[in-house]
Design a protein around this ligand. Structure first.
Ligand code: GLN
Length: 587
């Protein structure tokens, strides 16, 4: 891997003499890496990330090395300050980057860890250019959208190509063609294709086929206009993928083909599927992957035995999707319950556990604002297990604490994630240790703060990108349930995003009363996993294990919760306990 600093230093080798200002990293070989560029037309929310990650997966399975990048239009430097209610969950990468939830889709589909070089926003691009301007890098020139901003975009892609040493960089452009926010990205892609030369870029336009109920047929006009808009910007799509509820008819595909100069066989139907994990198969059947490979001349990179092995692993997974022997309901408490995107990773992690264990998981969203001691039992009467997910701020915390108390006292399986871990500590401190005004100082400044701000966080001002973020190791305590759940591993790595922690001053008292801290940071007294041992499943983690759950590597906390909830619901001796079930899967 090339050193980033070295690349940065050498990148100022740019031509300023001619009109071709295109910063190219030192040592970059044109044509070595190919680019697949995915853009959306007609409307947002087409599932560009899902489509592009599935296509990238098919290519990776063949032995072609891929590196995805999402280019976001907004001016925020990262997604850390975005409200998940408006924009979907904030995904956290191992290196601490707070990014768009689509990066989660890529990590899950590709079964590959990504880093900050796989994510960019307009804010990052502008701020890099402005910093260079102050540094004197463009001396003598007026700094402009073209070529400087577009140059910075190309630079980012080329750096990624070099750092990842990939055969293909998958570029997903956020938003829709025609948006002002992403117009410079589209121009940068046009320039990239021109500079890299024929056969180096494959443009895929994702579009939407309307099918108004009143007409009862698919209409292609909106798609045609969307593609025309792209062509007006100087980009000729190579492939068109048509999103639709149902399979797109041949006539509609023909119309789009004629209108857009794209051969009929390169206009694909990408209709809805009941599971995103079945989309790779749909794409493979349509042969869109081989078409992209052909256009980019990547045939030589394919390895058929590699592909056969990976494909059979994937089919083992998809074959299990509809074969469930049991069914449970997990209640998720949270204030963003109206938007499923705000909890995307949790939903995915539950789905991974569902597939692995053959146990259907229904989700019941629990609005906690009005939950109290009197109504908690009835509010939770239909769920077999509970998750209290991560969150910030005061609203709903008392309701969450009531749910946790109910789960603890009634042997109902419980999994607390980040804030849910902290609230489990507060509940235990209040109702078992008798510290009646125990709370988190995030919620109540005058409480007995069993959860308090991390010492390192006290000095920090402002809110962007400065929590305790990213992948950290967790040291597991021998002999605990966590030890058994993780098969005796001494250390596991999970991702974090928090400012508060268990105040170390209370650890001894909490542990004496029966709460076990079974995972902690190796070098600091930061508690990272908790459990109650004589409970069917009562665990919490300061981390967000949902972020690293993958279809081919389901997370063990989620597996444990689902297995325990199944056992509690069916009350069947022959069903394995949480730990037995997880052990059996990883043997
Ligand atoms: N608000 C809590 C903290 O900052 C929990 C954060 C979270 O759930 N992601 O520590």
């Amino acid at each position: 891997m090339t050193d980033n600093k070295e690349l940065l230093a050498k990148v100022s080798d740019v031509t300023t003499e001619t009109e071709y200002f295109s910063p190219i990293p030192h040592g970059y070989k044109k044509g070595k890496t190919k680019y697949v560029i995915v853009m959306g037309t007609v409307m947002s929310g087409l599932g560009k990330g899902i489509f592009s990650s599935c296509l990238a997966k098919l290519m990776k399975d063949k032995g072609i090395k891929v590196a995805p990048i999402k280019l976001e239009g907004y001016l925020n430097i990262d997604s850390g300050t975005l409200n998940p209610f408006r924009h979907g969950e904030v995904f956290v990468l191992d290196d601490g980057m707070e990014c768009d939830m689509d990066l989660g889709t890529y990590e899950r589909m590709l079964n590959q860890d990504l880093s900050r070089s796989n994510f960019s926003t307009s804010g990052q691009i502008y701020s890099d250019v402005l910093n260079k301007e102050r540094h004197g890098d463009y001396l003598g020139r007026d700094v402009q959208m073209i070529p400087h901003i577009t140059g910075e975009v190309k630079l980012k892609l080329r750096r990624l190509a070099m750092q990842s040493d990939s055969d293909v960089v998958f570029v997903e452009i956020g938003g829709t063609v025609g948006d002002l926010e992403n117009a410079f990205y589209i121009e940068a892609m046009r320039e990239l294709a021109y500079e890299e030369g024929p056969g180096s870029c494959c443009f895929v336009a994702l579009t939407y086929i309307l099918a108004p109920k009143t007409l009862g047929e698919q209409k292609s006009k909106a798609a045609q206009l969307g593609i025309r808009e792209l062509m007006e910007k100087g980009i000729q799509p190579d492939i068109i993928a048509c999103r639709a509820d149902n399979e797109v008819s041949e006539t509609v595909r023909q119309k789009i083909s004629v209108f857009s100069n794209v051969p009929f066989e390169d206009v694909f139907s990408m209709h809805d599927s009941d599971s995103i994990y079945k989309i790779p198969e749909m794409l493979k059947d349509s042969a869109i992957d081989t078409e992209v490979i052909k256009k980019l001349g990547l045939e030589v990179k394919q390895n058929s035995s590699h592909e056969a092995k990976n494909w059979s692993l994937w089919q083992n997974l998809t074959n299990k999707i509809d074969k469930q022997t049991h069914e449970i309901t997990i209640g998720i408490t949270g204030k963003y319950t109206s938007v499923r995107d705000s909890y995307a990773s949790i939903i995915n992690a539950l789905e991974h556990a569902e597939i692995a264990l053959g146990c259907k998981v229904n989700i019941q969203w629990i609005e906690v604002t009005d939950i109290n001691q009197d109504n908690v039992a009835s509010q939770l009467s239909e769920v077999d297990g509970i998750i209290v997910p991560g969150g910030f701020g005061v609203r709903g915390t008392e309701g969450k604490i009531e749910c946790i108390r109910y789960a603890r006292e009634n042997n109902m399986p419980y999994l607390g994630l980040c804030l849910g871990f902290q609230m489990a500590v507060v509940e235990f401190a209040r109702n078992v240790c008798g510290i009646s005004n125990a709370n988190s100082s995030e919620i109540d400044a005058n409480c007995k703060a069993v959860i308090d701000i991390l010492p390192e966080q006290k000095k920090i001002e402002g809110l962007g990108g400065n929590m305790r973020l990213g992948g950290r190791n967790i040291e597991i305590k021998k002999g605990t349930n966590a030890d058994k759940l993780f098969g005796g591993k001494e250390s596991v790595r999970l991702r974090f995003r928090h400012r508060y922690e268990v105040d170390p001053a209370y650890i001894e008292q909490l542990e004496k009363e029966g709460l076990t801290f079974s995972g902690k940071a190796p070098d600091q007294p930061i508690m990272q996993i908790l459990e109650i041992s004589d409970h069917p499943f009562f665990m919490g983690t300061q981390a967000h294990p949902c972020l690293t759950s993958r279809p081919l590597r389901p997370d063990r906390f989620f597996l444990g919760l689902v297995a325990a909830s199944r056992k509690c619901k069916y009350n069947d001796e022959s069903l394995p306990s949480a730990i037995e079930a997880v052990k059996a899967l990883f043997e």
